[in-house]
Ligand binder design. Sequence first.
Ligand code: NAP
Length: 252
Amino acid sequence: MNYASLEGKTAFVTGGARGIGKAAARGMALSGARVAIADIDIAAAEATAEELREEGLEAFAIQCDVTDPQSAADMAAAVVKKWGRLDIAFNNAGICINTPALDMTYAEWKKVLDINLTGVFLTSQAAGRIMKEQGGGSIINTASMSGHIVNIPQPQCTYNASKAGVILLTKSLAVEWAPYHIRVNSISPGYIATDMTLSAPQEWQVRWKDLTPTGRMGTPEELVSAVVYLASDSASYTTGSDIVIDGAFTCI
Ligand code: NAP
């Protein structure tokens, strides 16, 4: 048995155009899956899908706004239309807004919750409806160590609340959908070097590395094996779990 094989499986990755989603899409494709790159930025999604195809991997791009129920449903249906089934959903799109709670506008609060939590629910629901009909599947959600602890020095209460929500949503869906052979898990990365973190002020980045026992940020590639594992049949008894990958940040 090849423990990490995703041969014959099909997947979508939201926020797949760049960062963690792009690395995971490539990793799943290298493990044998056919992967739909779903992103709000269709030009960036097309570019990522083209990169994968140039490597001989099977991928296509599709525009999806995870906050829109119809867009989420259409995206999942497009995978089934193209490849006949949907085995893996990696619900990964997310944003962060750093505003102190006392200054936060309702629009800022709502935007983060809509994308990070409601978006994960909507794309999970779209995938779950298909997976129930076909007899099973694997859903993986990108939570964060911010769903477990409060980051400093940046003020990001809405992000932290959204990611804590993702972790318990994941567990709730795992319990509800276990009878349908749909596994639902999350990953909780620590600081990972992507546009999201590298665009932050230098002094924050220095502080983050100081607070991390391993003394550095992780790379998107360092999350890929966990995603491939959760997607694969090797994880057949793993559901409702959250895998923290944070360079030991949350240990202290
Ligand atoms: P990223 O590089 O900013 O990528 C996020 C992607 O999601 C972008 O392509 C973005 O498109 C897309 N997106 C935003 N809103 C969307 C929507 N409504 N519908 C569909 N796609 C949308 O971020 P990343 O660092 O890879 O983060 C990926 C996930 O990991 C997020 O959920 C994030 O919270 C989580 N995470 C990141 C870290 C970290 O340190 N980087 C740590 C823990 C968890 P646009 O560029 O057009 O906005």
